[in-house]
Design a protein around this ligand. Sequence first.
Ligand SMILES: NC(=O)c1ccc[n+]([C@@H]2O[C@H](COP(=O)([O-])OP(=O)(O)OC[C@H]3O[C@@H](n4cnc5c(N)ncnc54)[C@H](OP(=O)(O)O)[C@@H]3O)[C@@H](O)[C@H]2O)c1
Length: 302
Amino acid sequence: MNILLLGKTGQVAQSFLSMKKSKTRILAFDREEMPLDDRHKLSNNLSNVLRNNSIDFLINAAAFTDVNEAEVNSQLAFEINSNALLTITREIKKNSKKKTTLIHFSTDYIFDGTGNKPWYPHSKPNPLNVYGKSKLKGEEAIIHSNIPALILRTSWVFSKNGTNFLKTVLNKLKKNETLKIVDDQSGSPTSSDFISKFCWHVLENSLEYKKFGIYHLTGKGVTTWYKFAKFIAKTAHEKGVFDVDISNNILPVKSSDYSSKVIRPKNSYLDCQSLEKDFSFPRTTWQEQTSKILDQIISETK
Ligand SMILES: NC(=O)c1ccc[n+]([C@@H]2O[C@H](COP(=O)([O-])OP(=O)(O)OC[C@H]3O[C@@H](n4cnc5c(N)ncnc54)[C@H](OP(=O)(O)O)[C@@H]3O)[C@@H](O)[C@H]2O)c1
């Protein structure tokens, strides 16, 4: 099986690469080799790889993911998260020797977060910020292209790699800082390892041929950023990172107390039942996923 992976330095891509199975060949590219903000180069380079290799899956793990920066640099966010998908889907259509399936990731931020019910894959999107708007346009480009594709909407991604909430909280607590964290935005933390496990599950079972479309994929359960941070602190203490329980160094605040240029959805809870059912894929809780990533971080710092 031949896999083309974009965004190889990112959290999800790194997890995916770390779980590589035998009998698979992964052609992985970084932003220099496949720049999503340079249509001409992306088009040429993609078409070369697709024409010269029989690619079964193209996994797009590249994206403009800095939600704050997207407000300032919206043109670039749209180029990478929306327009690049026009190029990618066009090149797949034109050059694939066999039917290449696209696996793409999207976000809870395509919803406006009103109410307290979970969001379903068919719920009406209404993004509040540039990042969400650009990701939604990317989804639309894929759907309109009619190529075989799986769009996996996920949320609150963390990993031992890269910059993410879990690592930021841990590092600040290590410096004995007091943290003020919003307690009125709820959602489901999801480890990049869990996302990658699902991708390998799909690839190994060739399930994609039956199940194209949009699915939600997050850790099981729902929490707030504040409670997530408290859990990180308590679990890190139990695992010996801190001598004492320093979870009291974390204080709850409201979104309105926190100055930010980005409007974020209050309710990001994604319903994942259709994915569990269609792919027979049992989900693990966000707490189990957090504990596993903490173990990895601890073992790397020993
Ligand atoms: N992170 C989250 O909380 C979250 C939540 C919901 C959905 N998602 C979605 O999940 C997917 C994976 O996210 P992630 O957390 O793994 O992302 P990430 O760690 O931020 O990695 C993004 C990747 O995209 C690459 N990239 C950025 N600009 C590029 C460009 N112009 N051309 C080519 N590559 C470029 C980055 O390269 P460099 O390393 O060189 O910058 C990096 O490899 C994305 O589609 C994201 O929208 C993420």
